[in-house]
Design a protein around this ligand. Structure first.
Ligand code: MG
Length: 452
């Protein structure tokens, strides 16, 4: 059967791939699989969001579901709304997360606010492809109402989970760059509630993304890094388009790779109590060193936050997250949460009484280099197969993609679940080694493509 859902919902370019027809049918299929009941609906700031969300809402109502329209919300806000309400059937989010502005997407959430299990996605896919939609009778058609309190409740819930007094006392200066995405409606207000002096960049919701592209990577965060250093701020915070991720810039204006912030947050989460930390195979070995030293253990999974969250839920993990800034705090909720990560980072800085640049400098030093190589979707499987072939005889881990492990570093090469690219994650004990391993990974892809 054809797959509809990728690692994080359905994504595509608005118009040819992601359009009203698809959103309507997705709404009908998801509503049919829920079998009625009440469903939350939220979206990020993308220009096509209202069009797709209304189509999805029509589909849900036609299948007999009542819809609560949350409007523009960070994805973790909708997830919290579901987790807290406890009686909704699930949720639909219209977002393309970190993807470029021409994209949009749809993902389905379960009653707990978690990304759906693969089996449940397959049920929706089969309804979608077989056309076995439930068509509600005239008297059973669903209703729709708006709820604009979700963002406020979410913000209050985060405040209840951090040491507000300690953070307030530190009176941090923070530059926040939500990148005109859904984070605009929560994070600047959260930071103000935490007593920070807040300067927002790209702080107005705007799906044209005039300030920067939605993915929080160094190439897109030049303004944030410059402003943090110019105003001598304590911290810079950037989100992706739906604010389930948070990436940090230190007090010197340097980009902090998500592997490092993850390690620091992991240490704070398990210090003194131990526990399991769940992270995908793409995260730097740094996490093993830091978690091991703090008395915890690391469990590795395939790449994708739904897998990390599900594994955490099933194993009762203390903490988890990814190298891209997606961090999961299980006593808050089982999903990545950008605003929560921001609050927890401030709490960590307040408790440690140290600057982020000195905390990262004290970590075991791994140098990271991440790049992408574009690979047409139709060649993905063939490229992956030849990568396995090309690395025969070497020490490799094939949990997800191909990870070549060397005594002084490693490089993981794997296809993105949402874009026509292969991602290359390299780490080395020196910057040169990381560069060399990243180049080797990229060269292997080129070779597999027959370009070399
Ligand atoms: Mg996201």
């Amino acid at each position: 059967m054809t797959r509809l859902f990728g690692t994080n919902g359905i994504r595509g370019i608005v118009g040819p791939e992601m359009n009203a027809d698809l959103a309507l049918k997705m709404g009908r299929a998801i509503g049919t699989s829920f079998g009625g009941g009440t469903v939350a609906l939220g979206r990020d700031t993308r220009l096509s969001g209202p069009m797709l969300a209304r189509a999805a809402a029509s589909g849900l109502m036609s299948a007999g579901c009542d819809v609560i329209d949350l409007g523009v919300v960070p994805t973790p806000c909708e997830q919290f709304f579901l987790a807290k309400s406890g009686h909704l059937k699930g949720g639909v989010v219209v977002t393309a997360s970190h993807n470029p502005r021409e994209f949009n997407g749809i993902k389905a959430l379960d009653a707990r606010g978690m990304e759906m299990r693969r089996e449940d996605e397959e049920t929706i896919e089969s309804i979608f492809f077989d056309g076995t939609f439930h068509v509600a009778a005239w008297s059973e058609v669903g209703s729709i109402r708006s709820d604009d309190a979700a963002n406020h409740q979410y913000l209050e819930a985060i405040l209840a989970k951090v040491d507000v007094a300690a953070i307030r006392k530190s009176a941090f200066t923070v530059i926040v760059d939500p990148g005109n995405g859904a984070g605009c409606v929560v994070t600047p207000y959260l930071l103000r509630s935490l007593g920070c002096r807040v300067i927002s960049l790209n702080g107005q919701p705007d799906g044209a993304f005039p300030g920067r592209m939605p993915e929080p990577i160094p190439d897109h965060l030049g303004d944030l890094m410059r402003v943090v250093s110019e105003v001598h701020a304590d911290l810079g915070i950037a989100h992706d388009g739906d604010a389930d991720r948070a990436i940090f810039v230190d007090d010197k204006g340097s980009f902090v790779y998500g592997d490092k912030s993850l390690a620091l947050l992991a240490k704070a989460a398990i210090q003194g109590r131990g526990g399991t930390v769940v992270t995908p195979v793409s995260t730097s070995s740094l996490i093993d060193d830091v978690v091991g030293a703090a008395g915890g253990r690391v469990v590795r999974t395939r790449v994708g936050s739904p897998i990390v969250a599900r594994t955490m839920f099933e194993t009762g993990a203390a903490f988890g997250g990814e190298e891209n800034g997606g961090v999961i705090f299980p006593d808050h909720q089982f999903c990545r949460d950008g605003a929560m990560s921001a609050a927890k980072m401030l709490e960590l800085l307040a408790h440690e009484g140290k600057r982020l640049s000195s905390l990262t400098a004290a970590l075991p030093q791994y140098h990271l280099k991440k790049t992408n190589v574009s690979v047409p979707v139709e060649r993905r499987d063939a490229v992956l197969a030849s990568l396995v072939e090309l690395t025969k005889g070497r020490k490799v881990d094939t949990t997800d993609g191909v990870k070549i492990v060397e005594p002084d570093g490693a490089v993981l090469v794997r296809p993105s679940g949402t874009e026509p690219i292969f991602r290359v994650y390299a780490e080395g004990r020196t910057p040169e080694r990381a560069e060399a391993l990243a180049k080797e990974g990229a060269d292997l892809i080129e070779k597999a493509l027959g370009r070399r």
